[in-house]
Structure formats: structure tokens, C-alpha cells
Design a protein around this ligand. Structure first.
Ligand code: PGA
Length: 315
């Protein structure tokens, strides 16, 4: 269910709102404590200052190509995946979007050999070092051997269900990047962390763990996925998503470089669907999506990919 109105836009506590158009991140409140030159107030100021529209693309703060990933998670059978691939092969996808799908490991080979070359394959996880005696794990070397170009790391289901921590995820990212895989690096806060005003702190810690470990940001896409929005049908509002994306980009600028901040795609994930993607895509710091449930339906996934068109206007 697409939820874009403020009242249905996700978790919040009444006291955490400082302005009606805001989404509950107390640290963004424009009070005297915040207007002191720190990155939070910078984010706020930037958020409040509409940028000069560009000529043909009005809504991209970053310079990277729009990126949409489909995370199929632990879903599908040979039969359903055959149908999904066939739907994706016949879908008309805008050319200026990088598109990837992440099937369950056991179906990667089937998908790789039947999906047309327009869409690249991501794995949903990878082992932290070279393969060997690690029962139940899949190595980066094996993923490359089978044709994967990307891997999703730090997904909330691996953090909070499986128990992977920031450092372990950072090491995984470093290893995968070192072997030539692109990394979709997921970050995002739990509901209680948002309600406690810790959204930025949590995201920054998760970003720092990646930054401390990786040799370069060249092949990293950041997926901001608030945990309370994943698989719940409670999508972040465009404003909620945009304000965290701005903060993430500012963090990259202040802690990595302006160039990395500009070229790194920051995509949003959490209950994105065919009905809500257009409004989200219009936000200038939303550079694409990581999609779970809705990526299991080919035509709907195509709609999400094609939401890039909402970023464009006539010159
Ligand atoms: P969802 O999952 O779209 O089903 O909420 C998103 C994700 O986990 O990447």
C-alpha cells in the first residue's frame, strides 16, 4: 500500500516534529542549538534552499546514473522465476537507468542464462574473504564466476535477523570491491532509533564502517532503507527520504570528498512500489531504488525503473 500523506507516512512521535513539513528527525530542527555550522544544520539549510533548476534534469543532486535494484530475497521457484524473467525481458525500460536484480543464489545461474543483457545480476550476500572451508557460504569468486556484477551488503535483514555487525559488513564490502564486484551498501535505522532521534547517528555509524574499510567508493551504491519501511507497506514520505539522503550526501562530502558525494548514487528502499515511486523519484537526492516485494512483479518493477522520467522536464 502506498502511503505518501504525512499522517500515514510512517512512524513518528508527536513531540519529534518541529515543522509540519518535516518528518520527525529532531536533529534537523532549525533551533538555536542546531544553527551552528555542523553537518545537521547544513543539511537543514540545504534542504530548505531550493536549488536552481537544471535544464533537462531537475531533480538530481548527484551526477550518477539512476539505479534501480530488485531484491528478490528468499522468494521464488524455478517456475515463478521463469515467468518473472520473461516479463522483465519483454518490459520496456528507460535507457538511462542502471538496472540489477538479485535472485536467490540457487537461481542466479538460471536467471543469468535467461535474462537479456539489459539487466545485471546482484547477489544478496557474499563471504568476507576468499572462499574455502566456510560451510553454507558463497564466495565473491564464485559470484564472479557465475556472472554477478554486484552484491547487496548490510541489508537490514542480515544486520538484524542474522546479526551481522558494522565491522563485518565493512570487511565484506572491502573484499567484494577488491575483487571487482560493485557493492549495494545498505544503511538505515530501526523504528525505535528514529523515534529516539538517532536516525542520523545510526546512518553515520553505518556509513563510517563502510568508509573505514573500503579502498574506494567507485563501485558503491548506498541504499538508505529505514528498517520500519522494509516489507511493511509503510513507505517513507518523499520528504522523509530526501532529508536522510541529503544528510548522507553531506556526510560523504564532509568525510570522504565532494567528488564522491556527487557521484555516489544514494537510492531509497522500503515499500517502494509502482504507485509511490514517481513522487519519491522527484526528490533531488534520490538516485534510484532498492525494491523488495514489488520487484517480484515484472511490470511493476518496470514502472519503478521508468520513474526516472519524473526527474526530467522539457528544457
Ligand atoms: P520492500 O523491501 O520493498 O519489500 O520493502 C526492500 C528491501 O528490503 O530492499
Amino acid at each position: 500500500m502506498a502511503m505518501l500523506s504525512t499522517s500515514l507516512s510512517g512512524p513518528k512521535s508527536a513531540n519529534s516534529y518541529c515543522a509540519p513539513e518535516f518528518s520527525g528527525l529532531r536533529r534537523l530542527c532549525p533551533n538555536s542549538n542546531n544553527v551552528n555550522g555542523n553537518s545537521h544544520s547544513q543539511s537543514f539549510l540545504r534542504f530548505c534552499s531550493p536549488r536552481k533548476p537544471l535544464k533537462s534534469v531537475v531533480a538530481m543532486a548527484g551526477t550518477g546514473t539512476f539505479f534501480v535494484g530488485g531484491n528478490w530475497k528468499c522468494n521464488g521457484t524455478k517456475e515463478s522465476i521463469t515467468k518473472l524473467v520473461s516479463d522483465l525481458n519483454s518490459a520496456k525500460l528507460e535507457s538511462d537507468v542502471d538496472v540489477v536484480v538479485a535472485p536467490p543464489f540457487v537461481y542466479i545461474d538460471q536467471v543469468k542464462s535467461s535474462l537479456n543483457g539489459r539487466i545485471e545480476i546482484a547477489a544478496q550476500n557474499s563471504w568476507v574473504s576468499k572462499g574455502g572451508a566456510f560451510t553454507g557460504e558463497i564466495s565473491v569468486e564464485q559470484l564472479k564466476d557465475i556472472g554477478c556484477k554486484w552484491v547487496i551488503l548490510g541489508h537490514s535483514e542480515r544486520r538484524h535477523v542474522i546479526g551481522e555487525d558494522n565491522q563485518f559488513i565493512g570487511k565484506k564490502a572491502a573484499y567484494a570491491l577488491g575483487q571487482g564486484l560493485g557493492v549495494i551498501a545498505c544503511i538505515g535505522e530501526l523504528l525505535e532509533e528514529r523515534e529516539a532521534g538517532k536516525t542520523f547517528d545510526v546512518c553515520y555509524q553505518q556509513l563510517k564502517a563502510f568508509a573505514d574499510a573500503v579502498p574506494s567508493w567507485d563501485n558503491i551504491v548506498i541504499a538508505y532503507e529505514p528498517v520500519w519501511a522494509i516489507g511493511t507497506g509503510v513507505v517513507a514520505t518523499p520528504v522523509q527520504a530526501q532529508e536522510v539522503h541529503v544528510a548522507v550526501r553531506d556526510w560523504l562530502k564532509n568525510n570522504v570528498s565532494a567528488e564522491v558525494a556527487s557521484k555516489t548514487r544514494i537510492i531509497y528502499g522500503g515499500s517502494v512500489n509502482g504507485g509511490n515511486c514517481a513522487e519519491l523519484a522527484k526528490q533531488e537526492d534520490i538516485d534510484g531504488f532498492l525494491v523488495g516485494g514489488a520487484s517480484l512483479k515484472g511490470p511493476e518493477f518496470a514502472t519503478i525503473v521508468n520513474s526516472v522520467t519524473t526527474k526530467k522536464v522539457a528544457a
